[in-house]
Design a protein around this ligand. Structure first.
Ligand SMILES: Nc1nc2c(c(=O)[nH]1)N[C@H]1C(S)=C(S)[C@@H](COP(=O)(O)O)O[C@H]1N2
Ligand SMILES: [Mo]
Length: 359
């Protein structure tokens, strides 16, 4: 039977394995969460949070077992170094994640604490992996089939979920800043409207020269290879959309954007029924595509909060894609491609645009 007393004696190898599995879970959910902008997939954030609490508990078990053993180490060898690095990274990753959820959101140099958290997490994966391939011992068959161990893990999962809920309740009760975070974990940026009320951000290196609105034109390339050009006046039509820009570095702003809806734009060209994706391309080469139905409900903005977009925010034209994360809201657009297939290369392009001379 599982009792309070024997709850804590879990087989060490099982703990090590669970730590590995939960860190992998955190890696997968953490990376995937960067692409989630719609509450439909909010469970990804729940899993990541509950996994973080579970990891904290498991690390507690591990420390409890390992600390008394440390006195037997009379020489510091290489192995101990990898373990130490792994320990520091885990503690910092968990600590920064926990602080963020309470609303403690300082900047660390040019980074938000959340970006710092993600970076530490990304470093942790290979370190833990190296540490494990040199150390890991598989749990025995007996351990794995022992029902009591399974029950203990289910209980730990439930306890983690409860602690995570309590954290949310505490935010509300104590009115901590974390209570105004979105489901994505992003915190609200300044109140207000327009260019000055939210920061200018790039995914990696994009930083083009300001674009002259007079000579700029938007070209739409259709499936038959024809090009359709639009001037600034033709796209600044004052169609409006209120939408939330939510950057993966952990802030959001809700603004009224105006310009031309992709729907109206496509209606002006005789676009084929076969179009399944619309790709938005920046002067820097940075690009993103949306499935046609979603694209039609997106907006190409020339203005934010009744002001012309500033250069930093993507003038003359940027994509406003509700329910998508900030990095998909392409700035400085001068080209749109109608396509029949998704664009996998965009996942690479967003990391390298801005590094060559053409941008
Ligand atoms: N062309 C281009 N568009 C881009 C980016 C970029 O680096 N290049 N960064 C994206 C990211 S990561 C975010 S969060 C938003 C930021 O928009 P803002 O600078 O207006 O706040 O723009 C997106 N659009
Ligand atoms: Mo972003």
């Amino acid at each position: 039977m599982v009792t309070v007393r024997n709850f804590f004696d879990l087989p060490p190898r099982l703990i090590d394995w669970s730590i590995l599995i939960v860190i992998l879970l955190e890696g997968v959910t953490g990376i995937y969460s960067l692409t989630v902008g719609s509450p439909d997939e909010v469970f990804v954030f729940w899993l990541h949070s509950i996994g973080g609490v579970l990891l904290t508990i498991l690390i507690g078990f591990k420390f409890y077992r390992v600390f008394p053993l440390l006195k037997y180490y009379n020489s510091i060898d290489r192995e101990i170094y990898t373990s130490l690095i792994a320990v520091v990274l885990v503690v910092v990753a968990l600590g920064s994640g926990i602080l963020w959820t309470f609303g403690f959101t300082p900047w660390i140099f040019h980074w938000t604490l959340l970006t710092f958290h993600a970076t530490i997490g990304a470093l942790l994966l290979p370190v833990v992996f190296l540490h494990l391939i040199s150390h890991i011992q598989y749990p025995s068959q007996k351990t794995l089939t022992d029902r009591r161990n399974a029950i203990k893990f289910v209980l730990m999962g439930i306890i983690s979920a409860i602690l995570w809920r309590l954290q949310g309740i505490l935010n509300t009760l104590l009115s901590l800043p974390g209570k105004s975070h979105r489901f994505t974990g992003s915190k609200p940026f300044l109140e207000g409207n327009g260019n000055e009320s939210f920061p200018i951000t790039s995914w990696v290196a994009d930083d083009p020269e300001p674009i002259d609105t007079e000579t700029w034109e938007l070209t739409v390339h259709d499936l038959s290879g024809d090009t359709h050009a639009f001037s600034y006046e033709q796209v600044a039509t004052n169609e409006r959309l209120r939408a939330t820009l939510d950057c993966t570095s952990g802030w959001y702003t809700t603004q009224t954007w105006s310009g031309i809806s992709v729907d109206s734009l496509l209606d002006q060209i005789d676009s084929s029924e076969k179009v399944t994706y619309v790709r938005f391309v920046s002067v820097t080469g940075y690009r993103w595509s949306l499935p046609i139905d979603e694209a039609r409900s997106a907006l190409l903005a020339t203005h934010v909060g009744n002001e012309r977009l500033s250069h930093g925010h993507g003038a003359p034209l940027r994509l406003v894609a509700p329910q998508r994360r900030g990095f998909q809201w392409v700035k400085w657009i001068d080209r749109i491609d109608l396509r029949q297939e998704p664009d996998l290369a965009q996942w690479i392009i967003i990391f390298i645009s801005g590094f060559d001379n053409s941008g």
